[in-house]
Design a protein around this ligand. Structure first.
Ligand code: ARG
Length: 389
């Protein structure tokens, strides 16, 4: 029998995929990646076997996800189209990497995923897998199978007694990991419709959020967040904690229409409490410690980097070179940012760093001013000279 490794989440698509692939004559090994979905993996494992997988791998990839994927993107200030912190996009190349490893260990001839033919995730999985091992065949059941609607797929699941939690009443498609949550489909497909409160899970309704602001101090070392309110946290714990504090204060809800790689626009809602806090603080620290030219030059590269992550180009030469550039910039990104979280807002209220380039004696309009205003006259004349008629 031909063996393949399926990236399995326990949801409707990948559950139906097990049965569908088996009927096509494959021996299906299920691979579950724990990137912080906070699910019962023992239960999902059982479900995979019950549905017909011959073997299940469940790997906890949380630490690597945060340290090797989330933090580099944070150092790069990577935000797609100014709004999306790339939580889903960042997890895909990591999952693909381990899926390929499992396939090699199992001597499988193929890998499979449950992505649709309209999305970005298929691109991210497949481009990464092809770079890492071009000999593996790639199968995408959802692109091929006969079901035209989600309802038909649910009927197939019911008919074959495939265990999964989806009902016809919950029409949303959700992806979640430690860095955030993405929600689409159902009534969200109409970009005029306000997202109903029921879709949110990580962030509390701002109407119920505390009436008093929560202040936090976030410390960075070389661009990496290390302490909250003076207490050291390991990376995974730090994200959990920021998700909790941020979520309680309704921080990190994003509603956007984005440009997908396959050429369509789609409407997606994101929840990223930790992502919002981290990016807000990290950006602020960079403005304090980086010289003007580096800061401005870097912004253009951040834009490019975010695009590459979104486009599935994680394992490509330019993206890897850009990581080295951003790392070198982060040498001075050490310091503390004080933030105020309040009913959905995340505001910087204080910043300090031993590498701060802010000089009060130069900026002040009060006593102790060291700025020689007489120099300005000559400076301005020379600066404008090239443009004089
Ligand atoms: N639009 C986001 C991306 O392409 C998220 C995709 C997954 N979203 C979901 N609701 N399943 O990265």
């Amino acid at each position: 029998m031909k063996k393949l490794v399926l990236a399995y989440s326990g949801g409707l698509d990948t559950s139906c995929a097990i049965k569908w692939l088996k009927d096509k004559g494959y021996d299906v090994v299920a691979f579950i990646a724990d990137v912080g979905q906070n699910e019962d993996f023992e239960e999902i494992k059982k479900r995979a076997l019950k549905t017909g997988a011959s073997k299940v791998y469940a790997l906890n990839l949380q630490k690597e996800f945060v340290e090797e994927y989330v933090f580099p993107a944070l150092k790069a200030c990577a935000v797609y189209e100014n709004k999306y912190y790339l939580a889903t996009a960042l997890s895909r190349p990591l999952i693909a990497k381990y899926q390929v490893q499992v396939a090699q260990k199992e001597n499988a001839i193929a890998i499979a995923h449950g992505c649709t033919g309209k999305g970005n995730d298929q691109v991210r999985f497949e481009v990464t897998a092809r770079i890492l091992n071009p000999t593996l065949e790639i199968i995408a059941p959802v692109r091929e199978w006969e079901f035209k609607t989600r309802e038909e797929e649910i009927d197939y699941a019911l008919k074959h007694k495939i265990p999964c939690n989806v009902t016809k009443k919950s029409p949303y498609s959700v992806d979640i990991n430690l860095f955030g949550r993405s929600i689409e489909c159902g009534k969200l497909e109409d970009p005029w419709v306000e997202p109903p409160e029921e879709i949110y899970f990580l962030t509390q309704n701002p109407l119920n959020a505390p009436n008093k602001p929560t202040y936090i101090e976030l410390e960075f070392e070389k661009g990496i967040p290390t302490k909250i309110n003076g207490k050291k946290y390991l990376p995974v714990e730090l994200l959990h904690t920021l998700n909790k504090i941020g979520g309680l204060n309704s921080v990190g809800r994003v509603d956007m229409v984005e440009n997908r790689l396959v050429g369509i626009k789609s409407r997606e809602i994101y929840e990223n409490p930790a992502g919002t806090i981290l990016h807000t603080a990290h950006n602020e620290l960079e403005t304090l410690v980086l010289d003007r030219e580096t800061l401005h030059y870097k912004q253009g590269l951040s834009y490019k980097y975010a695009e590459m992550v979104y486009y599935g180009l994680w394992e490509t030469p330019l993206k890897i070179q850009l990581d080295k550039y951003f790392d070198s910039v982060q040498k001075q990104v050490t310091g503390t940012i004080r933030l105020k979280l309040y009913k959905g807002t995340c505001t910087v209220v204080g910043r300090k760093s031993k590498y701060s380039r802010y000089k009060e004696s130069m900026a002040t309009y009060g006593k102790g001013d060291k700025f020689d205003q007489k120099l300005a006259e000559g400076f301005i004349k020379l600066w404008g000279t090239p443009y004089q008629k």
